[in-house]
Design a protein around this ligand. Structure first.
Ligand code: SF4
Length: 154
């Protein structure tokens, strides 16, 4: 399984508990006015990487990350749902703590196939950092050009 990766940070300190290996995925459906990483918006700007490639690289840093783990951020990771499930599933098999940093955009209860995959995701993720950009629906749209319902339903 391969995914589009924007960049990797090998010693993240603000993306979950402890020191984290942070995979920033490419592609995001939101257009936040304050976005500090617009170069993540286009999935095609990412580099194709396999799950094993990422986890084998993680192993090089494991001694430093023993009280932390693996975080996937973006961009918006949920647009590569199959890749994230596969990455976290194999991370758990290697006894790695998994954390998802998401805006919740792209979540839906209307598509049973996607909902099933979200259920699979919950089985392999230890921690979700849900970034609610604004609590007011209209202001959320003005700020992100997205739909607050997707975030709140997550
Ligand atoms: S969700 Fe994150 S990456 Fe996407 S536009 Fe907003 S700040 Fe940028």
């Amino acid at each position: 399984m391969q995914g589009y990766v924007h960049s990797i940070e090998t010693m993240g300190t603000v993306d979950g508990p402890g020191l984290r290996y942070v995979v920033f995925t490419a592609g995001c459906p939101l257009r936040c006015k304050y976005c500090h990483n617009p170069d993540t918006w286009n999935i095609q700007n990412g580099k194709k990487m396999s799950v094993s490639e990422i986890l084998d690289d993680f192993e090089h840093y494991r001694p430093f990350l023993k009280n932390g783990g693996l975080t996937v951020s973006g961009g918006e990771p949920l647009i590569q749902l199959d890749f994230i499930i596969s990455l976290f599933k194999q991370a758990k098999e290697r006894n790695i703590h998994t954390c998802l940093d998401t805006s919740g955009a792209f979540f839906t209860r209307d598509n049973s196939g996607r909902l099933k995959k979200f259920e699979m995701l919950t089985e392999v993720v230890d921690l979700v950092l849900l970034d609610v950009k604004h609590i007011d629906k209209q202001k959320y749209f003005e700020l992100t050009a997205g739909n607050l319902n997707e975030t709140l339903f997550f």
